[in-house]
Write a protein that binds this ligand. Structure first.
Ligand code: CUA
Length: 164
């Protein structure tokens, strides 16, 4: 089979580029230890049909127990999205606190946007969305559902209060 010289060169260059990419991925992952971000806890997925059942998951705990201090100034909160509310929908932390949000939905797709921060997640039934943020400025931060989720979508919001 005859392959034009320039065409062959282009094929060789393409193969070399692919090899460079493959080697850089392997080096960054195994030598430099760069990994895609992973949810610290809990890992994996939840069953949206049972996620709100007591004893099955943290989202089945009573609402007031879904927000806890895990270390000095370190909090975690398990928020359940459902039509058309977040539970819990009012969280109070002292200034300087770091909060890790674990959010899931038991019915349809919702959104979670914490105003004044870069926290903006899709809340998908069966998936756990997680982000963490540190709050150094006292004030009230509203969080809203920003995915249209039905006739009561506009009532789906809550407040994170950062106390001085
Ligand atoms: Cu939930 Cu819009």
């Amino acid at each position: 089979m005859h392959i034009d010289r320039r065409e062959r060169n282009f094929i060789l260059v393409s193969i070399v580029i692919i090899l460079i990419f493959a080697v850089s991925i392997l080096v960054s992952s195994f030598v430099l230890g760069i990994q895609v971000p992973q949810s610290p806890v809990p890992l994996g997925r939840v069953n949206p049909n049972t996620v709100a059942t007591p004893g099955v998951s943290p989202w089945g705990d009573p609402v007031e127990e879904r927000f806890r201090e895990v270390a000095p100034n370190e909090y975690e909160v398990y928020i359940l999205g459902q039509v058309w509310t977040f539970l819990p929908n009012r969280i109070t932390v002292p200034k300087g606190s770091t909060v890790t949000f674990y959010i899931t939905s038991k019915d349809v797709i919702h959104g979670f946007n914490l105003q004044g921060t870069n926290i903006n997640m899709m809340i998908i039934p069966g998936q756990i969305s997680t982000l963490r943020a540190t709050f150094d400025t006292p004030g009230e931060y509203q969080f809203v559902c920003n995915e249209y989720c039905g006739i009561g979508h506009q009532t789906m919001y809550g407040t994170l209060v950062v106390e001085p």
